[in-house]
Write a protein that binds this ligand. Structure first.
Ligand code: ATP
Ligand code: MG
Length: 565
């Protein structure tokens, strides 16, 4: 597997690493990506993955994939498998360095005993409600627990009996003995261990006490000799605890460095909300192409290289910001423009009969599979008397700047002839336009324009009725109809879901040459956007295409109504 280094533009983390290497503090760089296996990865995680693996690759160090699996109630093997698949898909390789915080349960427990023996931790019997009351607030100091004075000997005995399963869930905890008056609430004797009878995906029922995140995380970093422990800004207030624990235990002390998390418009990124969307069936699953998950984006047809480019482009900083979804979509367009073969597709077909073209006759036009990459070769496009065009390319009363088809107007069929609309046929009952009768100019085939002939501005895509391949096309749009769904007052974010985020078109057609397209393959449907073969619902005789992105950003700029190339 390749090792992409996300070309780390100068950022403050790189500066710290450069200094550490120059001063001899470190000889190599060891980072880690530490997901909790309680959901699927999303584009925010991609930022962290690209940063951690990108830096390690750049400095020829290593990056560990560590599952922070300390909460057995919410964790599942399904998530572990999905996370590994997503990191690999993004193009990163942890080699032999897959770890689990649960691998260290015995070592972590040993650290807990050490702290008790040193008088730096104690078993506390306060109820959760009492504990909250004793904790104080941001403006008032906390109060010491009466159990804080317990001897090391008594706490050690109780800790061992906690582990042995003698006490009920939640009846006792192990706490660090730090400072109940600290202005930092994380230092007011934080909980290190709790009693919890839950089957763990990896350790089964071996344990009935589990370490808290803050206790497991830094100690796991230390055991793995992580040099730079990169996390998001909300952990800044936890850093004093991270440092305190390493110092109290006198163990190898990695440096925690915080960076701003990624926020994107028109979506939500909290795993809790994503899980709700899945469980309440607002989407079809974690890999629904509307989801900001990596599996959703993969299914939607976003190339992993586009996501890496995006992570590079947004950079790494120290203040929170919100990135516009169009930045990500632009990266997707840029990559697909280079790699996706071109094809024609008709999404909402309108039949056109070319009245002066002989019945039963067929001819083939030749077109490049990619205008900028001759190595992709050519494709042939059959033409005959009956064709489909897209309903959008005809208007009965077109405005001036509409260069497509209208009564009496001419348009060029891409790669083919110029046709003129002579007649509009309507359904006698509904009045809906059901067919156009056109005539073609035989001298204009294959894009030719005889000298002196009136120029034709519009070019539209089309397919021969007899040859077109019927498919389903799913148009995707942004999951939410407002930029910041989690930030709208008095409205639940679920009320702000974009009802038009999925539109399934069951009567669409594509060029016959796409019949053998493989699962996940991407194409540009000319004038329409980038589409990929759905990996789940496509059948060999009935392909389903997902729209990855439109050709242009229709959200920030008004869509050009004129001819598109
Ligand atoms: P939660 O803590 O609610 O379960 P999380 O988003 O913190 O969710 P983790 O599995 O703990 O999920 O995340 C793994 C790593 O990815 C962490 O180091 C975290 O800082 C990082 N990460 C998560 N979300 C983002 C984001 N939006 N931008 C950048 N990094 C992120
Ligand atoms: Mg987390």
């Amino acid at each position: 597997m390749s090792h992409p280094t996300v070309a780390p533009g100068t950022n403050f983390i790189r500066n710290i690493i450069e200094e550490d290497l120059a001063s001899g503090k470190h000889k190599t760089v060891v980072t880690r990506f530490p997901p909790e296996p309680n959901g699927y990865l999303h584009i925010g995680h991609a930022k962290s993955i690209c940063l951690n693996f990108g830096l390690a690759n750049y400095y020829q160090g290593r990056c560990h994939l560590r599952f922070d699996d300390t909460n057995p109630v919410k964790e599942e093997q399904e998530y572990i498998d999905a996370i590994k698949a997503d990191v690999s898909w993004l193009g990163f390789d942890w080699g032999a360095h897959e770890y689990h915080a649960s691998d260290y349960f015995e070592a972590l427990y040993g650290y807990a005993e050490t702290l008790v023996e040193k008088g730096l931790a104690y078993v506390c019997d306060l109820s959760p409600e009492e504990m909250r009351a004793y904790r104080g607030t941001l403006t008032t100091p906390g109060k010491e627990s009466p159990y804080r004075k317990r001897s090391s000997k008594e706490s050690l005995d109780l800790l061992r009996r906690m582990r042995a399963g003698e006490f009920a869930d939640g009846s006792r905890v192990l706490r660090a003995r730090i400072d109940m008056t600290s202005p930092n609430l994380n230092l007011r004797d934080p909980i290190l261990y709790r009693i919890l009878r839950a089957t763990h995906p990896r350790t089964g029922n071996a344990w009935c006490i589990y370490p808290m995140y803050d206790f497991a995380h830094g100690q796991s970093d230390s055991l793995e000799r992580i040099t730079h422990s990169l996390c998001t800004l909300e952990f800044q207030d936890h850093r004093p605890l991270y440092d305190w624990l390493c110092e109290a235990l006198e163990i190898y002390h990695p440096q925690q460095i915080e960076f701003a998390r990624l926020n994107l418009t028109y979506t939500v990124m909290s795993k809790r909300r994503l899980l709700e969307l899945v469980n309440e069936k607002h989407v079809s699953g974690w890999d629904d192409p509307r989801m900001p998950t990596l599996s959703g984006m993969r299914r939607r047809g976003f190339p992993p290289a586009a996501i890496r480019t995006f992570c590079e482009r947004i950079g790494v900083g120290k203040s929170d910001s919100v990135i516009d979804m169009s930045v990500l979509e632009d990266c997707v367009r840029e990559h697909l423009d280079q790699t996706a073969p071109r094809a024609m597709g008709v999404l909402r077909p309108l039949k056109v009969t070319i009245t002066n073209y002989p019945e039963g006759q067929t001819e083939e036009f030749t077109a490049a599979r990619h205008p900028k990459d001759p190595a992709m070769g050519n494709r042939t496009i059959p033409f005959s008397r009956e064709i489909y065009i897209d309903q959008d390319d005809f208007m009965e009363e077109p405005p001036k700047q509409f260069f497509r088809l209208g009564p009496g107007r001419e348009v060029r069929l891409r790669y083919g002839y110029v046709i003129r609309c002579d007649d509009v046929i309507k359904d006698p009952v509904s009045g809906e336009v059901i067919e156009l009768r056109c005539s073609y100019d035989a001298a204009t085939g294959g894009g030719a324009l005889p000298e002196g002939r009136k120029k034709v501005k519009g070019i539209i895509h089309w397919l021969s009725v007899a040859h077109a391949l019927p498919v389903e096309v799913r148009l995707y749009d942004r999951l939410f109809s407002v930029a910041n769904p989690a930030g709208v007052k008095d409205r639940d974010y679920r009320e702000l879901l974009n009802a038009e985020a999925l539109e399934a078109l069951a009567q669409a057609f594509v060029e016959p040459g796409l019949a053998g397209a493989s699962s996940g393959e991407s194409f540009q449907f000319e004038r329409l956007g980038y589409f990929c073969v759905d990996t789940k619902d496509s059948k060999p005789d009935r392909l389903v295409f997902n729209r990855s992105v439109t050709l242009r950003d229709a959200w920030t700029k008004p869509e050009t109504k004129g001819n598109q190339p």
